[in-house]
Design a protein around this ligand. Structure first.
Ligand code: ZN
Length: 427
């Protein structure tokens, strides 16, 4: 089916036969993974008007005196304060980045800080710490001997006033600082086909430049993350473990695209966390967990499938405000991962990605879930190539059936979208 785009809607469909070979294998931790956003945050004390959830909400603060996003602060407490990240399973952590809260008043930089891990009976300092810098308006990184733990503590000693933190990142493989910004510099052999692709868009889609819900718009509106709803369109039960695996697999696939941008042409983010904020089902009993880590929507049916509440969905609120979403912006979802029992192939657009629930679950540890990757490509504006091939390029992911992973040409087509859209965001 051809990609159809109307006002407020981008829909793409793909039929892939089972002949497409899957690259299956153990999931690998990719460089730059931030583990913090899969943890639950808690603290020694939180001022009633602040929020400890701020420390791992994935929002990169604009400055230490952030007056826009939620914050964790301890005013009027002083002395030793801490914020903990607790995971449901053991994590390997080698580095932590901390962005301190400093409002130049009651909350200031700490006099000192350190990272501790829980060893089963108590908290101990991590070994081999590289040092604990204390600076405003930036992340402060410490690297240390790898530690396996499910509970990590950032311990702060107050200085001139109370202390606070805006964001914490925990890494298995810390990303290097983004390399110096490079401009538009595709390989010479790709210049012609890339120009052909962009001209094709211009000729095919009258709303190319006015459409405002590409994945790019979503990431930039959030300042660097994506929230998802899982539409579980299947009678099968889902365990807490499967829920977390689905989240991890989705995040891995999205990361394969967003990592293409790191350090390129003024792209402002090192990583783009993916969070699942909601699950939609027909029957609550299908979901075999009782914790409240995600919002659950029961029997809200659209397109004959469960969906998360429309007031929380970006597709339905494209100005990016969510006045009727109970959890507000923090609990909104940008896209849906729509998993349909018995479905072959897939579909993708600004609303998210749709694939078979069996396909997704059966390939949950695959390095490249190629149908999902292809559909995510559509969510970021990439087109299908059913009826033409750009000059001089062979197989690539967006030409369905001709590649099972993101290729060099796919990467440059992706970057070309940023080249053409970045002016929207002031870059
Ligand atoms: Zn397609």
């Amino acid at each position: 089916m051809k990609w159809i785009r109307t006002v407020g809607t981008a829909v793409a469909a793909l039929s892939l036969l089972a002949s497409g070979s899957l690259v299956a294998g153990p999931a690998q931790a990719a460089p730059g993974d931030n583990l913090a956003w899969t943890a639950t945050a808690s603290a020694s004390y939180t001022s009633p008007w602040e929020s400890v959830a701020a420390v791992n909400d994935g929002i990169d603060p604009p400055r230490s005196n952030d007056t826009t996003n939620r914050r964790w602060g301890t005013w009027p407490q002083t002395g030793t304060q801490w914020v903990d990240l607790t995971w449901t399973s053991t994590q390997t952590v080698r580095a932590v980045d901390v962005y301190f809260f400093d409002d130049n008043g009651g909350v200031r930089l700490p006099a000192a800080w350190r990272v501790q891990s829980f060893n089963g009976s108590g908290y101990v300092d991590v070994a081999g710490a590289s040092g604990y810098p204390v600076a405003v308006d930036r992340y402060n990184r410490v690297t240390f001997t790898a530690v396996s733990t499910s509970r990590l503590r950032v311990l702060l000693t107050s200085g001139a006033a109370s202390v606070g933190v805006l964001e914490v990142k925990a890494h298995t493989n810390p990303p290097v600082d983004p390399p110096p910004t490079s401009g538009w510099n595709p390989p010479a052999n790709l210049v012609t086909p890339l120009n052909e692709v962009w001209q094709h868009y211009e000729q095919t889609y009258p709303q190319l430049h006015t459409f405002r819900n590409y994945g790019w718009d979503q990431v930039m509106a959030n300042r660097g993350y994506l929230n998802y709803c899982v539409r579980w369109d299947s009678p099968a039960p889902v365990s807490a473990a499967l829920r977390d695996q689905i989240h991890a697999a989705l995040a891995r696939q999205v990361k394969k695209w967003t990592d293409v941008m790191v350090g390129h042409n003024a792209w402002p983010y090192g990583d783009v966390p993916v969070r699942v904020v909601g699950w939609a089902v027909r029957d609550r009993n299908q979901l075999q967990w009782s914790d409240n880590s995600v919002d659950i929507y029961v029997n809200d049916i659209r397109e004959n499938a469960p969906q998360c509440a429309e007031p929380c969905g970006r597709f339905f609120n494209q100005n990016g405000t969510y006045p009727n979403c109970p959890g507000g912006v923090a609990r909104h979802y940008d896209m849906s991962l729509w998993l349909t029992a018995g479905m072959g192939g897939g579909a993708g657009g600004d609303w998210g990605q749709r694939v078979g629930s069996e396909y997704f679950v059966n390939n949950i540890n695959a390095a490249d879930m190629h149908i999902v990757l292809h559909e995510i490509g559509h969510s970021f504006g990439l087109d299908d190539f059913y009826d033409w091939t750009p000059t001089g390029v062979g197989g690539f992911l967006m030409k369905a059936g001709s590649a099972a992973q993101i290729t060099e040409f796919d990467r440059w087509m992706f970057r070309d979208w940023w080249r053409h859209l970045k002016g929207r965001y002031g870059y």
